[in-house]
Design a protein around this ligand. Structure first.
Ligand SMILES: Cc1cc2nc3c(=O)[nH]c(=O)nc-3n(C[C@H](O)[C@H](O)[C@H](O)COP(=O)(O)OP(=O)(O)OC[C@H]3O[C@@H](n4cnc5c(N)ncnc54)[C@H](O)[C@@H]3O)c2cc1C
Length: 802
């Protein structure tokens, strides 16, 4: 197939980054020569400019798509533009195009933009053809008997499954003919999807994820062959890779949803023949998940206001509490509710979350903190690797009582109860909250109730190294009830007012839930260079290597600080956890360096804390645990003296020569001191890791430590420690441990240290240990499960499949 006609077609790629079942590409190839183009126009993305991790994924996918198109005979032209329409017109002019083709999108931003572009091209007499590459059925194909859009998922999906015409997969082109003519294109780097400062953080993502359409195919096959069979039950397990983990691939169109659907149906038919009823049921569950994604597009198309307003107009009068401190605590995973905090830290560190954890963290924001759901939706948008506007909207509307078949507004799930339900052994919490790793399972989801001796033995001091609950759950329940009452009262009053308006029966419902509560814009403070992203809460996984200049204040000099952190992900313990620091309770344009703390940090104050405070924080953690070792006596305060001595040196003389030689000699003294200290740290860490190899430690966890039974977990932990287990001594480039590691590398060992397989995922301490279970492209995401909007066993609504 291919190049049968004389057409010259511009193929505009967006979120359909694949060759297979790409109807726009196939149609263009069939008709003649093609100019394949991807246009990046940041200003048009507006408030939904993609976050860092999402842009990283896009960049990798574009690279693979470019290679694939080239192998078929055409280049992928990359254009960075001020306006998409002008870039398209440039392409049309360059090749004398006879038409433009692209695949449809259904999110509110694209709907408006595509409509305008179509109109303008038609005015210019350039024919435009659009195709469905993203859905089984177009939103306008599925209506109820009266011709209205469905507003409940079950009815919608039922109708889809009964549609007469089956979704059809298009064959890929076997060759492409490049259209003649050239445009001003750019390289993938010039496209600007990844800022220089983001690269170190992004490199970590590459350890766990392999974007690109060929990898999507592999991920699908692995899932269908190995995991589909247990999907219905396994998707409830938050500690395992129990779901397909296809969401980022699906979002960028790297795999056709019709192909996913067909592959699962085929498997279901085989199971039906065997017969394997269990397999059949599991396939049905999975198809339902695909259905939820379809439904997200359906809702956005038919109710295009849903990115701002709830589908039900009930939330219009809800008294949201715009408490910035609470929002910050939620983002940082400092609410004092371990399951919520673990989820938020995982999101921050990996850019991915299991559906169950998405529901729990999102519900906590809305129901316990009474923060507007749109704030949470925007934060998810900014931080998720699979950030997908329609799915994000549907998820947040679902948990906030905005949908007829979603969670009811008054339903408040207790994270403590959910913890024991979905993380019964506390594994998930221990993985992401190392400060709680020694808390016995009995108390892990409600440490505030634990006897003080238990907390003491676990090295936990509530309010110090782990926060007290941000709000008591019963108080939260009362607040929610009062808020709903107030909302109802306001609604009745407003109805009454409407009724009193004589002479008019017409009411314009603007459904403006939170018109007065704009999504906070969190700017990075004291940035030398502004963040490239306009995304408000752009999340960054901390850097491993970073040089940042520090202003000459607070006893710091102007030297560049080289913060090489080979194993520990700097800032993976957000270091501004003290809520009292957060003074701004109102004022939405708060500057917020906590986001840089999730990040390759850039603020001066941040640097200072990292150089001193962070170390002393860690010393506290290490100290707590190392108290077990009688040899521990190192005083970390020596580090914080460095800056002080430097500034003192500057006071001794104004003669630059004298000053220089005094500084040089001080530097030498400090280097010697540092060497001694690092040796001490190295030795102490070695003895700690050796001593603790049998009962676990702060890095590897303590499960089973307090239990008398000798289970396999304990046995698993009885191993000789490895280089990768080091944390403190590897956080410095000059320590003996780093030197050892470098020597190992030179001898040809893995960069990741002995014993660590490549391809491991990121963990809270950045050591990148691989997840148990799957290998290959799935390894990086930690999480697992579920599909449905709702997840609980007792749910019988939208997501429920009981
Ligand atoms: C508050 C909230 C926000 C969310 N934001 C996003 C988002 O930005 N992007 C995103 O892709 N998903 C989002 N989801 C939906 C869901 O959590 C993820 O799609 C799912 O966890 C992805 O994992 P998976 O690929 O392993 O899913 P699987 O369980 O293997 O499901 C397969 C596919 O079905 C689709 N799907 C599954 N569950 C849902 C669902 N509840 N809603 C819509 N589609 C679904 C996804 O495309 C998913 O990849 C959100 C859910 C909630 C509650």
């Amino acid at each position: 197939m291919g190049s049968g006609g004389n057409s010259k077609t511009v193929v505009w790629f967006r979120r359909d980054l694949r060759i297979e079942d790409n109807p726009a590409l196939s149609a263009a190839a069939r008709d003649g020569s093609v100019l394949a183009v991807f246009i990046w126009c940041p200003t048009e993305e507006q408030q939904f400019y993609p976050g860092r991790v999402s842009r990283w994924w896009l960049k990798q996918s574009l690279i693979q798509l470019g290679q694939s198109l080239k192998s078929l005979g055409a280049d992928l032209v990359l254009m960075k533009a001020q306006s998409t329409i002008s870039a398209l017109i440039e392409c049309i002019t360059a090749i004398g195009a006879t038409k433009v083709v692209f695949n449809q999108l259904y999110d509110p931003v694209s709907l408006v933009r595509d409509h305008v572009i179509k109109q303008k091209l038609e005015e210019l007499d350039v024919p435009v053809q659009t195709y469905n590459a993203d859905l089984l059925y177009e939103p306008w194909e599925v209506y109820n008997d009266e011709g209205y859009a469905f507003t409940t998922f079950n009815e919608y999906w039922d109708k889809c499954l009964k549609m007469q015409n089956d979704p059809v997969i298009r064959l890929p082109p076997c060759r492409l003919v490049q259209a003649e003519g050239s445009v001003e294109d750019c390289t993938i780097e010039e496209l600007g999807l990844e800022d220089e400062s983001e690269k170190p953080s992004n490199a970590l993502l590459g350890r766990g994820w392999t974007p690109g359409w060929t990898n999507a195919e592999k991920a699908l096959t692995t899932f269908i062959e190995n995991h589909l069979i247990g999907y219905a039950n396994d998707r409830q397990k938050v500690t395992e890779n129990s779901t397909s983990i296809l969401s980022p691939y699906i979002h960028f169109g790297e795999i056709s949803i019709r192909k996913v659907f067909h592959s699962v149906i085929m498997k279901q038919i085989l199971w039906a023949k065997e017969p394997n009823h269990h397999g059949e049921t599991n396939a049905t569950y999975f198809l339902r998940s695909i259905g939820l994604r379809e439904y997200s597009r359906y809702i956005c198309f038919n109710f295009p206001f849903t990115h701002e307003k709830s589908l039900l107009s009930n939330l219009k009068h809800f008294p949201w509490q715009a408490n910035q401190a609470h929002f910050k605590a939620w983002r940082q995973g400092r609410t004092g509710y371990p399951l919520v905090d673990a989820g938020m830290r995982e999101l921050w560190a990996t850019g991915w979350l299991h559906n169950k954890i998405r529901v729990i963290t999102a519900s906590f924001l809305v129901k316990c903190l009474l923060l507007p759901w749109q704030w949470g939706m925007k934060y998810f948008w900014d931080t998720l690797l699979d950030a997908d506007l329609e799915c994000d909207i549907l998820g947040w509307q679902y948990i906030s009582g905005s949908l007829p078949d979603g969670h009811e507004l008054h339903r408040l799930d207790n994270p403590e109860v959910q913890g024991f339900k979905f993380d019964p052994e506390g594994e998930y919490v221990r993985q992401w909250l190392p400060e709680l790793s020694r808390v016995p399972t009995e108390w892990i989801h409600h440490p505030w109730n634990a006897p003080s001796q238990v907390l003491q033995a676990a090295g936990v001091e509530l309010g110090l190294n782990y926060p007290k609950p941000i709000i008591d759950i019963e108080i939260a329940r009362d607040r929610l009830t009062s808020a709903i009452l107030l909302m109802n009262e306001k609604e009745s009053a407003s109805k009454q007012e409407d009724n009193n308006c004589e002479g008019t029966n017409e009411v314009v419902v603007d459904n403006g839930d939170s018109a007065n509560l704009p999504i906070p814009k969190v700017l990075l403070r004291k940035e030398k260079k502004p963040c490239p992203s306009t995304s408000s809460n752009d999340q960054k996984v901390p850097s491993m290597h970073k040089e940042v200049s520090v202003p000459n204040n607070n006893n710091y000099n102007n030297n560049k600080i080289d913060r090489k952190r080979s194993k520990l992900l700097e800032g993976q313990e957000p270091d501004e956890y003290n809520l009292h620091d957060c003074k701004t309770e109102s004022g939405f344009a708060e500057t917020d360096d906590d986001l840089c703390s999730t990040a390759v940090s850039s603020s001066a104050s941040k640097k200072q804390k990292q150089a001193t405070g962070t170390i002393s924080d860690r010393s506290r953690i290490l100290g707590v645990h190392l108290n077990r070792s009688s040899t521990f006596s190192f005083n970390f305060r020596s580090f914080s003296n460095l800056g002080f001595m430097e500034s003192q040196g500057q006071k001794t003389s104004n003669n630059p020569k004298v000053l220089l030689s005094s500084l040089m000699s001080k530097r030498q003294k400090l280097q010697e001191e540092l060497r001694t200290i690092e040796k001490q740290v190295y030795e102490l860490e070695t003895s700690y890791l050796q001593e603790s190899s049998n009962f676990g430690n702060v890095w590897r966890g303590y499960e089973g430590f307090l239990s008398s039974s000798k289970n396999t977990t304990n046995l698993k932990r009885s191993r000789k420690f490895q280089h990768e287990d080091r944390l403190f001594s590897l956080s410095s480039v000059t320590s003996p441990a780093t030197e050892e590691l470098n020597a190992g590398r030179e001898e040809g060992r893995s960069d990741l240290g002995p014993g660590r397989p490549k391809g491991g995922g990121l963990t809270i301490n950045g050591q990148g240990k691989p997840k148990k279970g799957r290998t290959g492209p799935r390894d990086g995401r930690k999480i697992r499960l579920s599909n449905d909007m709702d997840d609980d066993d007792d749910d019988h609504d939208m997501g429920g499949m009981r």
